[in-house]
Design a binder for this molecule. Structure first.
Ligand SMILES: [Mn+2]
Length: 271
């Protein structure tokens, strides 16, 4: 673009696209403050919300909705007002929104899946991913049960990080760690990735951006580029498309450590 940029350098990083998924607003484990902090750092042309943003399963059994959760919604609305295109791809926890699919509210679109064209011309399918999870598809009761066990590790995780924060340690995800250790979970993840990659090949996409399994990753699965946004309940991750077409996996914990180091370096420099 040829028009002059303002002299004052913007603190926001300009990027082409952001993808976030599995925020689970309306649950105690949602890391809404971290997410709001992340969103403040970027100016994006387009944001994809890749499902499970609002947790309708949880809200059914009683409303939990602190100010921080409103702040996330408000931030997204502000971004959309200032020109960012917001595409809300529904997930299984926000399936109550699926009946409104194809709804367009100003700069916000509600869809069940989307197609994203990267700046260098790759066609990516953007979909939450529960459609490829045999457990949520065929064994709904098992999915609810698994949800309970998962919630328990999240409670432990919250408790652990409360004490870590007290003693000055950074955020660390117990449940993400456990998931890596459990072999069944690893098989489950690879089955999921294979199923979704297969669908992409069938439909002629170069790659897929999804969420659902709370496991952020960028990896090649056969011919297909597999990109998973992760989540904002434990790992606090997102995907960022830069203006050169490069897609970065953002990890909040790493970004925070870097920010802290930069702040220290600034303090150390003579004025
Ligand atoms: Mn999901």
């Amino acid at each position: 673009m040829s028009h002059a940029e303002p002299l004052r350098p913007s603190r926001k990083q300009r990027v082409r696209t952001l993808w976030i998924s599995d925020v689970h607003l309306g649950t105690r484990d949602c890391q809404a403050e971290h997410l709001a902090h992340f969103l403040k750092g970027y100016q994006a042309e387009r944001i994809y919300l890749v499902g499970d943003i609002i947790d309708g399963w949880k809200l059914r059994s009683g409303i939990y909705w602190p100010q921080a959760h409103t702040n996330v919604i408000r931030r997204l609305l502000t971004l959309s007002k200032r020109g960012t295109e917001v595409i809300y791809v529904t997930g299984n926890h926000d399936e109550f929104l699926r009946r409104y699919s194809k709804l367009i509210l100003g700069n916000i679109q509600l869809v069940d899946e989307a197609e994203h064209l990267t700046v260098d011309g790759r066609r990516l399918l953007v979909i939450h991913g529960d459609q490829f999870d045999v457990i949520t598809r065929y064994h709904r009761w098992l999915a609810f049960l698994g949800d309970r066990a998962y919630e328990f590790t999240l409670v432990l995780n919250r408790w652990l990080n409360h004490w870590r924060a007290r003693y000055g340690y950074g955020y660390w995800s117990l449940s993400a760690y456990l998931k890596h250790k459990v072999k069944g979970a690893v098989n489950f993840i690879s089955d999921f990735e294979d199923a979704i990659a297969h669908e992409c090949t069938r439909r002629g996409f170069h790659g897929v951006v999804c969420g659902h399994i709370h496991h952020a990753e960028i990896r090649q699965v056969g011919e297909v580029e597999y990109l998973n946004c992760g989540d904002w309940v434990e790992s606090c991750t997102a995907l960022i498309e830069h203006w050169d077409g490069r897609i970065e996996l953002y990890r909040f914990a790493e970004a925070q450590a870097l920010e802290a180091a930069l702040r220290l370096a600034e303090l150390g420099e003579p004025a």
